[in-house]
Design a protein around this ligand. Structure first.
Ligand code: NDP
Length: 237
């Protein structure tokens, strides 16, 4: 408790999985949390009732809606950009519209959301993007477009850290390995292949990712910026 006491936090994509764990963790840290969701209103309502966090339906793929929402929200202290999608498969057969939507959510939204939040963010603020170890390593076929989106987060945090450092705003990328969520269930068909790459042969839990986010959002992390932090059970080792 109290790492982020009295801070205003916004979590983009907080209704399920890693995002929901971040909403719970920052709420229990004492932050005043607001989160967005797109397709899961029931999960969002349940999480809101459980934590007291406010929920708003905002599709990260809709740049105008996303930036207007952030502008209306006013100054925040902690922005966590978690919303993301995964499209994998033979690139010669995937629907280009599905790829472009993933790029909208995983690449364009983090950039525009971070910039819009930075306009009013208080000094000492925190911007944290959830990337992926696949930004460093994509050891399977079919992941070129997803890897592209997650590598881009590395460049975003490096560059934006330079723009916001004078205001003591830190900008960081958290890169999970396999985490047991709807996107990547531990009992899914890729389990044994993924575990074969790993030093710790299990999926991570969303709460483990939320713990790192909590640290980066907190007062002890003020000297950490422009960096990518891998939390992957050794997937990329
Ligand atoms: P889930 O699919 O379990 O949850 C995704 C969350 O993002 C949901 O809350 C969803 O909300 C929200 N979201 C998705 N699209 C949009 C959108 N267009 N607008 C607003 N919110 C949206 O995924 P995870 O929890 O597993 O993943 C979270 C992040 O972590 C992603 O960025 C993912 O790429 C990354 N990651 C995940 C890993 C894993 O193994 N699970 C590994 C490495 C990185 P709703 O349902 O309401 O639309």
């Amino acid at each position: 408790m109290s790492q982020s006491l009295n801070k205003q936090a916004l979590v983009l994509g907080g209704s399920r999985g890693i995002g929901a764990a971040i909403v719970k963790r920052l709420s229990s840290d004492g932050a005043d949390v607001h989160f967005t969701y797109a397709g899961s209103p029931e999960a969002a309502a349940a999480l809101s009732a459980e934590t007291g966090a406010q929920a708003s339906r905002v599709d990260s793929a809709d740049r105008a809606a996303l930036t207007a929402f952030i502008a209306d929200r006013g100054p925040i202290d902690i922005l966590v950009i978690n919303a993301g999608t995964l499209v994998m498969g033979n690139p010669l057969e995937l629907d280009p519209d599905d790829i472009d939507r993933m790029i909208d959510i995983n690449v364009r939204a983090p950039y525009h959301a971070a910039i819009e939040a930075a306009r009013t963010m208080r000094d000492g603020g925190r911007i944290i993007v959830i990337g992926s170890v696949n930004g460093d390593r994509m050891p399977m076929a079919g992941g070129a477009a997803y890897a592209l989106t997650k590598s881009s987060v590395q460049g975003l945090v490096r560059g934006l850290a330079r723009d916001l450092g004078e205001r003591n705003i830190t900008v960081n990328n958290v890169q999970p390995g396999p985490v047991d969520t709807d996107m990547n269930p531990e009992d899914g068909p890729m389990r044994d292949l993924m575990h074969s790459f790993m030093a710790i042969k299990r999926h991570g839990q969303s709460e483990e990712i939320a713990g790192l986010v909590s640290f980066l959002a907190g007062p002890e992390a003020g000297y950490i910026t422009g960096a990518s932090h891998t939390i992957d059970g050794g997937f990329g080792a």
